[in-house]
Design a protein around this ligand. Structure first.
Ligand code: BJW
Length: 254
C-alpha cells in the first residue's frame, strides 16, 4: 500500500517504483484511455471525454446498436477517422521498451484500449480485452475483418453476406473475448509487478485484475494524472502524465 501522498516526494515514489520493477521476474501491465490522451485521443470519462454529449447507453451497448445503428456508427467512424491522424506517444514507447527488456515471454500488456497504438509502438504481447475499432464483425455471419482506419460507410455491410457490420469491440453487458481474457488473467496472476496506467478503474471485469494481482502477491504500481478508484489499493502511485512518468521510470531502471 502506498504511503499518504504528502509523505513521499515524486522522486522517492519513482525510485521506489523502479526498485520494485527492477526486482520483478514477470511483469504485467493494464492500460486505459489515459495512456493515449497525449497522442490526442479523448478519454471516456470526465470533462472533454468521449461520453460527454453521449449517454453511454446510447453508443456502447448492444441495445443501442439495435435501436440506432446509424448513431453508433457515426460515433465509431469519427473515432476511426481520429485514429488515422495520431501516433503512439512516449508512454506507449516506454512500455514497448520494458517488453524488450523483460522479453515477451515474461511481459504482458493487457489493454482496455481499442486504438492499436501499443502495437504501433512495437509492443508484441498485447491482449486487447475490449477488442479493437480497427476490426469489424458481421452481425450475420460473424466474420471478423481488419479494416484498419479506412473510411467506412454510414451503415457498412459485410462483403460476404451483406448483413450489417459492427465495430469489433466489447460493449457494456457483453462478454469479453474468452481466450484473450483468460490469458490476461493468467498473465496477471503470474506476475510479480503489475503496472496500471491511465485507467479510472471503474469498468469491470478489467478493474478486478488489480485485486487479482494483489491477491496473488504482486506489487502494484499505478500511473495516473489524478488518483483513481484503484489508488487506495496500490503500492506506489506515480502522479503525472504517462508520457512523462513512464519514460522516467524506464530511465530510473538503468
Ligand atoms: C491519464 C492521462 C495521462 C488522463 N496520463 N493518465 C462488477 C461490478 C460492477 C459492474 C460490473 C461488474 N461486472 C460487470 C459489470 C458491468 C459493466 C461495468 O463494469 N459497469 C461499471 C461501469 C459499473 N461491465 C461490463 O458490462 C463488461 N462485460 C461484462 O462484465 O460481461 C459480463 C456481463 C454479461 C451480461 C450482463 C452483465 C455483465 C463489459 C465492459 C466493456 C467496456 N467497454 C468500453 C467501450 C469499448 C469500446 C469503445 O472504445 O468504444 O470500454 S466502456 C469504456 O470504459 C471502454 C474503456 O476500455 C473502459 C475503461 O475506461 P478507461 O480506459 O479507464 O478510461 P476513463 O476515461 O474512464 O479513464 C481514463 C483515465 O486516464 C482517468 O483516470 C484519467 O485520470 C487518466 N488520464 N490523461 C495518465 N496523460
Amino acid at each position: 500500500m502506498h504511503p499518504p501522498i504528502d509523505q513521499e516526494s515524486p522522486t522517492d515514489a519513482l525510485r521506489r517504483a523502479a526498485r520494485i520493477l527492477r526486482g520483478a521476474t514477470r511483469v504485467a501491465v493494464l492500460t486505459g484511455a489515459g495512456i493515449s490522451a497525449e497522442s490526442g485521443l479523448a478519454t471516456f470519462r470526465g470533462a472533454g471525454g468521449l461520453w460527454e454529449g453521449h449517454r453511454v447507453e446510447d453508443v456502447a451497448t448492444p441495445r443501442a446498436f439495435r435501436r440506432d445503428p446509424g448513431l453508433v456508427w457515426r460515433f465509431y467512424n469519427l473515432r476511426r477517422a481520429a485514429l488515422a491522424q495520431v501516433s503512439p506517444n512516449p508512454g506507449h514507447h516506454a512500455l514497448a521498451d520494458l517488453e524488450r527488456r523483460w522479453g515477451s515471454d515474461a511481459f504482458a500488456l493487457v489493454t482496455q484500449n481499442v486504438d492499436g497504438l501499443h502495437q504501433q509502438a512495437g509492443s508484441q504481447n498485447v491482449l486487447e480485452i475490449h477488442g479493437t475499432i480497427r476490426h469489424v464483425r458481421c452481425t450475420g455471419c460473424e466474420a471478423i475483418t481488419d479494416r484498419g482506419t479506412e473510411a467506412l460507410a454510414d451503415l457498412p455491410a459485410c462483403e460476404a453476406c451483406g448483413q450489417l457490420l459492427r465495430p469489433n469491440v466489447v460493449w457494456f453487458e457483453e462478454a469479453l473475448p474468452e481466450a484473450v481474457w483468460k490469458r490476461a488473467e493468467d498473465e496477471v496472476a503470474r506476475c510479480d509487478c503489475f503496472l496500471v496506467v491511465g485507467t479510472s478503474a471503474v469498468v469491470y471485469p478489467a478493474a478486478g485484475l488489480i485485486d487479482l494481482a494483489r491477491m496473488e502477491g504482486a506489487a502494484v504500481i499505478e500511473v495516473n494524472v489524478v488518483p483513481s478508484q484503484a489508488s487506495s489499493r496500490v503500492d506506489v502511485l506515480l502522479l503525472g502524465p504517462s508520457g512523462t512518468v513512464l519514460p522516467e521510470l524506464v530511465n530510473a531502471l538503468a
